[in-house]
Unconditional design. Structure first.
Length: 211
């Protein structure tokens, strides 16, 4: 899904990380794998996760505090470091999308910004491990600004920092509602499917960003 109602030249891409450039950082599938590996009660883990993860993503809890509320609320036969290593190892890159963003930045001189919901430790691990800072100009992450999508202020902060009119920005996310909120602020939007990067490539080409 794309919105291409303006003919303004695109000068910036705002992107999510999870589901766009990388796999999700700590989603239901990862928690299922963790429950199986570490012998956890998945229902209890998910219940505790739901009650506290938003606070972690908003930068108001450390990862250790999140884990003490969800996993280490009782004695475990494994260490917190072992569990965190497992969490970090769940992240994988989507190289085709990363390469597309890099190529567009190089060809058109675009500003590239991340606008994402992520807890600090996971976010910093993913940025460092996959060298996102090599091509992303700035990161408007929930853990840094202390509010989360779909709060419209997170896109407004990104626009303020970029100093670019909203109509010159394309926002790419795998969640339709987040794209719709961004479009409501005047950004153009593409709903991304990591299994069909060609569709995103076509959407960008229709907005003047062809390779």
């Amino acid at each position: 899904m794309a919105n291409n109602s303006t003919t303004a030249r695109v000068t910036a891409l705002f992107l999510d990380i999870g589901g766009v450039m990388l796999t999700n950082g700590w989603d239901r599938r990862s928690r299922e794998a963790a429950a199986k590996k570490f012998g956890l009660d998945l229902d209890e883990l998910n219940d505790r996760h739901r009650m506290t993860f938003d606070t972690y993503e908003a930068g108001k809890l450390s990862l250790d505090e999140y884990l003490r509320r969800t996993v280490f609320c009782k004695e475990q036969p494994f260490t917190m470091e072992q569990f965190k290593t497992f969490m970090y190892d769940q992240s994988q890159a989507y190289p085709e999308m990363i390469d597309l963003v890099k190529a567009l930045k190089a060809r058109y001189g675009l500003k590239i910004a991340v606008v994402n919901n992520e807890g600090r430790e996971l976010n910093e691990h993913r940025i460092s491990t996959f060298r996102l800072g090599d091509f992303v100009d700035f990161f408007i992450s929930s853990c840094f600004v202390h509010f989360r999508k779909p709060d419209a202020d997170i896109w407004k902060v990104a626009l303020d920092i970029a100093q670019i009119p909203a109509e010159e920005v394309v926002y790419i996310d795998d969640r339709p509602m987040f794209v719709q909120v961004a479009q409501g602020l005047g950004l153009r939007g593409i709903v991304h499917n990591h299994k069909n990067v060609a569709l995103t490539r076509d959407g960008l080409a229709a907005m003047g960003l062809s390779l």
